[in-house]
Design a binder for this molecule. Structure first.
Ligand SMILES: [Fe+2]
Length: 598
C-alpha cells in the first residue's frame, strides 16, 4: 500500500511517501524549485517521491493532506471578525490567497494526481506534527509535545502515544502561541520570520538575559504549564506584515535594521570599513542591547517549554518524550528539556517544522486511521534525491569541467582528507539529500575545525552569511562523549540531526575553536557508521591524520538559497564562492581546474 503525505500553502511545502508503512522518500519542495521555504504545491517533491518508489500516481492508495483547510479558514474568519475594522486589510489580502488555492486543496490534489476524491484524506496540523515524531520514534510508548506558530487553531498540544495510537489530551489555541512570540522577536531583531529564528539563537549567545522582566510582560505563565500572550503588544492577529505593535516598541525600543552589521566586544568581528572607533564602539553597544534581547526571549522560550514538558511529565508519568513543531528545532531548549525535566530520552525527527507534517500525515493515516502496526523508525535523514554517476559525468562533460574520477572510496577519502588538513574548504555532495533544514554530511560544506580562522573564512568567503552564526561539528558517535557533554550518543536521537546544543568539554574548546560557539557550546551532529558509512570514513580518515574525529559541517548552499540538489546547483555554489574543492559522489573538481570566468 502506498500513502503519500503532502504539506503546503503555509510554510515549507513537502511530500513523503510510505510503502506499507515504511518511508521510501521525503523531500521539501524548495530543493527542486530553488525557492527558499517554497510553500506552493509540492509538485516536484511529489514527482520525486513517486519516481523513487518507481510508481505512477495511480498506484497511490491514499493522499493525505497535513491539515484541515476549512478549519484554518474558520480561524482566519473568526479572528478577523473579532478584530474588525483594524483587520479589514489582512482580511482582503488573505481572502485572495485562500480563494485562489488554499480552500481548494482537494481539487488541486485530484487534478495533479488524477485520483478520485475518496482517496484524499485530511489530517489535522498538530496531529500531523505529533505523528511525525512519535510514530517513527523508537519508542513503543512516549509522551508527545507539539509546539509551533499556529496550525488550524491550535498552537501547542500534548498527549500520549502507545503502539499505533496517539491521544492528544490538551491544547493551547491561537493567538496564544510560543512560536509567534519568538517570531515577533525574530522580526524585531531584523531577521525574516520563519527563516531567522536560528539567527536569534546564535545571537543570544553574545548576550545576557537582562530583559526578562520586559519579556515577561508579554506572556503570562500558568500553573498548569500553559501560558497566555498579552495581546496588547502584538499585531499578528490583525496584520499580515507586522507581528508586534507600538506598545511592543515602547517596551523594546527601535527594531534592529536588517542590514546593521552585527558585532559585539565578544564577537571579535572585524571593524566594518568606513567606521571610526567611536562609531564602532557605539555600534557595538547597540548590538549588545540586541544580543541581550535575543538572550532574553531565548531564555523565556526555554522556561515556557520547560513548564510544558514538566507538566506533560506530571500528567503522563512517562520517561520518554517526542517533540515536534517548529519550536522543536530550538536546539538550546531541547537540551534543557533533557537536563532539567524528568524525561530521560527525547525524540525529534529532522523535519520537525511544517515540512515534517507531510510525513506525519502519511503515518497518521497508515497507523491510526487504517490501524496498521508501526513498522518504521527514522534513525537517519537521508530520504531525498541522489545524483547518479551518469548524471554527474554528463554534467561535467557537457560543461567542459576538468575533474578527477575515483574508483574507490579509500582513494577519494584520502584525497579529501589531505585537502581538509591543508586548510581547504570542501563542498561535499554524496548520496540522498537530507530531510529537514540541516545538512548532515550528504550536502555539506566541510572544513578543519581546529583552525581558529576557519569560522571567518567559511562565513565571509564562502557562505556570505552573518559572522556571528556558529558552525556545527560532525563527530564520530563513539567519540562524542570525549569532546562534548553528551554521554551515550546512541540514546540521543536529536543529536543525530543537530538538534541539541551541548557544552564542548573545557579541555577541548581550544582544540576545535571553529565549531565552539562564543559561550563554549556546539550544536553537534553525531555520525553513525551504519547510517552514513562514507561520511564516517571521511571523519575517521581526518582523525587518523590529525587525532581529531570532528569536522566543521555547514549546509551546502550560499546565503539565502536552498541547500543544493543537482550537480548544477552544487557547481554553481562552488564557482560563486571561494570553496577550494567540489566533491560530487566520486568526482572531484579542484578550484584550480576551473577557469576564472566559469
Ligand atoms: Fe506547524
Amino acid at each position: 500500500m502506498y500513502i503519500l503525505g503532502v504539506s503546503c500553502f503555509y510554510h515549507d511545502a513537502a511530500a513523503a511517501l510510505l510503502r506499507d508503512g515504511v518511508l521510501v522518500a521525503a523531500a521539501e519542495e524548495e530543493r527542486f524549485s530553488r525557492l527558499k521555504h517554497d510553500y506552493g504545491f509540492p509538485r516536484h517533491a511529489i514527482r520525486f517521491c513517486l519516481k523513487q518508489a518507481g510508481i505512477e500516481p495511480s498506484a497511490v492508495d491514499y493522499v493525505v493532506f497535513f491539515e484541515k483547510p476549512f478549519r484554518k479558514f474558520d480561524r482566519l474568519l473568526m479572528t478577523v471578525l473579532q478584530t474588525y475594522p483594524q483587520s479589514s486589510k489582512v482580511f482582503r489580502e488573505s481572502m485572495i490567497t485562500w480563494m485562489v488555492d488554499k480552500l481548494w486543496v482537494e481539487t488541486t490534489l485530484q487534478a495533479e494526481l488524477g485520483l478520485p476524491k475518496n482517496r484524499i484524506l485530511f489530517s489535522e496540523h498538530h496531529l500531523s506534527h505529533a505523528a511525525s515524531a512519535f510514530l517513527c520514534s523508537p519508542f513503543e510508548e512516549a509522551a508527545i509535545l507539539t509546539v509551533d506558530g499556529v496550525g488550524e487553531w491550535v498552537t501547542a498540544t500534548y498527549g500520549i502515544g502507545r503502539g499505533n495510537e496517539m491521544r492528544l489530551q490538551k491544547q493551547i489555541e491561537f493567538p496564544h502561541s510560543l512560536g509567534l512570540l519568538y517570531s515577533a522577536f525574530t522580526a524585531f531583531l531584523g531577521f525574516e520570520v520563519n527563516e531567522g529564528e536560528y539567527k536569534v539563537m546564535g545571537m543570544a549567545a553574545y548576550g545576557q538575559p537582562k530583559y526578562l522582566d520586559r519579556v515577561w510582560k508579554l506572556v503570562h505563565r500558568n500553573q498548569d504549564g500553559s501560558f497566555a500572550l498579552n495581546m496588547d503588544f502584538f499585531s499578528f492577529h490583525r496584520s499580515t506584515k507586522n507581528t508586534y505593535n507600538q506598545r511592543f516598541l515602547e517596551l523594546f525600543g527601535v527594531p534592529r535594521p536588517p542590514k546593521l552589521p552585527f558585532f559585539t566586544k565578544a564577537s571579535d568581528f572585524p571593524t566594518p570599513c568606513g567606521l571610526t572607533d567611536d562609531d564602532d564602539s557605539q555600534l557595538s553597544q547597540r548590538n549588545q542591547y540586541y544580543a541581550d534581547v535575543a538572550a532574553s526571549i531565548q531564555r523565556v522560550t526555554e522556561e515556557l517549554l520547560l513548564d510544558m514538558a514538566n507538566q506533560v511529565h506530571r500528567e503522563t508519568g512517562l520517561s520518554r518524550l517526542c517533540i515536534a513543531g517548529g519550536v522543536a528545532l530550538n536546539s538550546l531548549a531541547n537540551r534543557r528539556i533533557l537536563l532539567e525535566t524528568p524525561f530521560e530520552e527525547l525524540y525529534v525527527q529532522p523535519a520537525a517544522g511544517d515540512g515534517g507534517g507531510a510525513l506525519g500525515a502519511a503515518l497518521w493515516a497508515h497507523n491510526m486511521l487504517l490501524g496498521e502496526p508501526r513498522t518504521f523508525q527514522m534513525n537517519h535523514a537521508y530520504w531525498g534525491r541522489s545524483n547518479s554517476e551518469a548524471e554527474i559525468a554528463e554534467f561535467l562533460q557537457r560543461n567542459n569541467i576538468s575533474h578527477r574520477k575515483f574508483n574507490n572510496a579509500d582513494q577519494l577519502v584520502d584525497t579529501v582528507v589531505r585537502d581538509l588538513v591543508e586548510g581547504k574548504v570542501v563542498g561535499w555532495s554524496q548520496g540522498r539529500f537530507e530531510w529537514g533544514p540541516r545538512a548532515l554530511g550528504n550536502r555539506s560544506i566541510l572544513a578543519d575545525p581546529r583552525d581558529p580562522k576557519m569560522k571567518d573564512i567559511v562565513n565571509t568567503k564562502i557562505k556570505f552569511r552573518e559572522p556571528y552564526r556558529p558552525f556545527a561539528p560532525s563527530v564520530l558517535a563513539p567519540c562524542a562523549g570525549k569532546y562534548f557533554e553528551l554521554t551515550d550518543a546512541t540514546r540521543h536521537h536529536p543529536a543525530r540531526y543537530m538538534l541539541y546544543v551541548v557544552p564542548v568539554k573545557h579541555d577541548f574548546q581550544g582544540t576545535i575553536p571553529a565549531v565552539t560557539h562564543v559561550d563554549g557550546t556546539a550544536r553537534l551532529q553525531t555520525v553513525f557508521q551504519e547510517q552514513n558509512p562514507l561520511y564516517y570514513q571521511l571523519i575517521e580518515g581526518f582523525a587518523q591524520q590529525t587525532g581529531v574525529p570532528i569536522l566543521l559541517n555547514t549546509s551546502f548552499n550560499l546565503k539565502g538559497e536552498p541547500i543544493v540538489n543537482t550537480p548544477a546547483d552544487a557547481f554553481s555554489s562552488f564557482v560563486r564562492s571561494e570553496m577550494d574543492t567540489l566533491v560530487l559522489e566520486n568526482f572531484v573538481v579542484e578550484r584550480n581546474m576551473v577557469p576564472t570566468n566559469a
